[in-house]
Design a protein around this ligand. Structure first.
Ligand code: SF4
Length: 366
C-alpha cells in the first residue's frame, strides 16, 4: 500500500476485506492458544503447496514426492478463514511456505488477505527465490513484511548438486531485488552441511557487511525423504557454527532477533546480522510459538510430531469458528514439551497415527 511515496502496512490492517468495521464488534475474540507448558502460540506457518521448482537433496528425490494438489489442498478462502480465526486467538505473525509458495498462482491474493486480517501484524514468506522477480512488486504492494530466501551456496556447480537445477544467480538477484524494493525484513536461509557448503560459511557471513540482511545458518534436519541424513556425514551443530563465528570474529556482538532466533550476532560495523538456528538440536523448544498447517490442511503442533489434526475435514463439513478453535486447542493440549519428546511419542503412537509418511520437508512446510 503506497502512502506518501513510501510503502507502509500497519495503518490499514483489515480495511481491504471490509473486516475492520465488523472486526471488534461482531467477530468474537478467543483466548490465546496455549499448551500445557504455558507457551503461547501466536505465529502460524502455513504450507500452501507441496510442489517446488527445485529438488534439493536434503528435502526430496529427483522424482519428487506424491504431491497433493487440486481438491487435496486448502483453497485460498479456506486458508484465509483459518487465518481470521487464528488472529482472533491472538496469532500476529503469518508465514507462507511450501514446497515453493510462489508456484501457487493465488499467492498475492493470499498475502493481501492475510495482511488485511485484523490482528495480523506481519506476513512473511520463505521462498527459494527462483521466480521471485515475477511477483516482487505485487507482493511488496500487497504488504508482505518479510522474506526468507533460501541459498546454501554461491557456487553454481554446488548449487546444481544440491538443488538438481541451475539458478544461484537468480537467487542472488532476488535477494538484491528484495532489498532494493525495501522489504522490511530480508533474510537468507542457509542449511549448513559439513563437507558440502561449510567451506562457504564466511562468504555468507561477509554478506552481512554491506547488506542489511540476516543470514540464518540452519542445522540440517532429518526430513530429506531418506536421502542423505542417514549417512550422518553432513550434520554440523549450532555450537560448532558459533565456535567458527567467534574464532573468526572475536569481537562479534550478540544482537536481537525474532522469538525463534536464539543465537543472533552482529559483527561490529556490519549492516546485517547472523543467526544460528538449532533446528535439530532443538534447544529453542522452551520458547516455541509455532503453529504449523500443511498444504492438505492438517495442524501439526511440532515439526517433529507426526500427530496431525484435520482442519480440511471439519472445514469441508461446515465447521463453525468455534469448532476450528476447538481443534487448535485439542492439537496444542497434546503438544509435547520439546521436539525430542514429540518424536518419541510419534514413534510410540506409530500404529495409531492416521496421516503417516511425511518424509520430505516439502510435505511439512519447514
Ligand atoms: S522442535 Fe517442536 S517444540 Fe521445538 S521449537 Fe520446533 S516445533 Fe517447537
Amino acid at each position: 500500500m503506497l502512502i506518501n511515496g513510501n510503502f507502509s502496512k500497519d495503518a490499514t490492517v483489515g480495511e481491504d476485506r471490509g473486516l475492520s468495521s465488523i472486526a471488534t464488534s461482531t467477530r468474537p475474540q478467543y483466548a490465546p492458544l496455549q499448551d500445557t507448558f504455558g507457551r503461547t502460540f501466536d505465529y502460524v506457518r502455513i504450507a500452501i503447496t507441496e510442489k517446488c521448482n527445485l529438488r534439493c537433496t536434503y528435502c526430496m528425490p529427483e522424482e519428487g514426492v506424491d504431491f497433493k494438489n487440486g481438491e487435496q489442498i486448502l483453497t485460498a478462502d479456506e486458508i484465509l478463514r483459518v487465518i481470521d480465526v487464528l488472529a482472533r486467538m491472538g496469532v500476529k505473525k503469518v508465514r507462507f511456505t511450501g514446497g515453493e509458495p510462489l508456484v501457487r498462482k493465488d499467492i498475492v491474493k493470499l498475502v493481501e488477505g492475510a495482511v488485511n486480517t485484523p490482528g495480523v501484524k506481519s506476513v512473511h514468506m520463505t521462498t527459494n527465490g527462483i521466480i521471485f522477480p515475477k511477483y516482487a512488486k505485487a507482493l511488496r504492494e500487497a504488504g508482505l513484511t518479510g522474506l526468507n530466501i533460501s541459498l546454501d551456496t554461491v557456487d553454481s556447480q554446488k548449487f546444481f548438486d544440491i538443488t538438481r537445477r541451475p539458478g544461484e544467480d537468480k537467487v542472488i538477484e532476488s535477494i538484491k531485488l528484495a532489498l532494493d524494493l525495501g522489504f522490511p525484513r530480508v533474510k537468507v536461509n542457509n542449511v549448513l552441511m559439513k563437507g558440502f557448503n561449510d567451506g562457504e560459511f564466511f562468504d555468507f557471513t561477509e554478506m552481512t557487511k554491506d547488506q542489511a540482511v540476516t543470514v540464518r545458518f540452519i542445522e540440517f534436519m532429518p526430513f530429506d525423504a531418506e536421502q542423505i541424513w542417514e549417512t550422518g556425514e553432513h550434520f554440523l551443530s549450532a555450537d560448532a557454527m558459533i565456535k567458527m563465528l567467534k574464532e573468526r570474529y572475536p569481537n562479534i556482538e550478540l544482537d536481537s532477533g525474532t522469538r525463534t532466533e536464539h543465537h543472533v550476532f552482529r559483527v561490529p560495523g556490519y549492516a546485517g546480522k547472523i543467526a544460528i538456528i538449532p533446528a535439530f538440536t532443538r534447544s529453542l523448544c522452551g520458547n516455541c510459538s509455532r503453529i504449523r498447517m500443511t498444504a492438505d490442511g492438517r495442524i501439526r503442533n511440532c515439526l517433529y510430531s507426526d500427530s496431525e489434526y484435520s482442519l480440511m475435514d471439519i472445514l469441508r463439513a461446515g465447521a463453525s469458528d468455534e469448532e476450528i478453535v476447538d481443534l487448535f486447542r485439542k492439537a496444542f493440549k497434546e503438544k509435547a514439551k520439546d521436539g525430542f519428546e514429540a518424536k518419541k511419542l510419534s514413534a510410540m503412537r506409530e500404529s495409531t497415527i492416521e496421516f503417516k509418511g511425511r518424509t520430505s520437508m516439502t510435505q511439512i512446510g519447514g
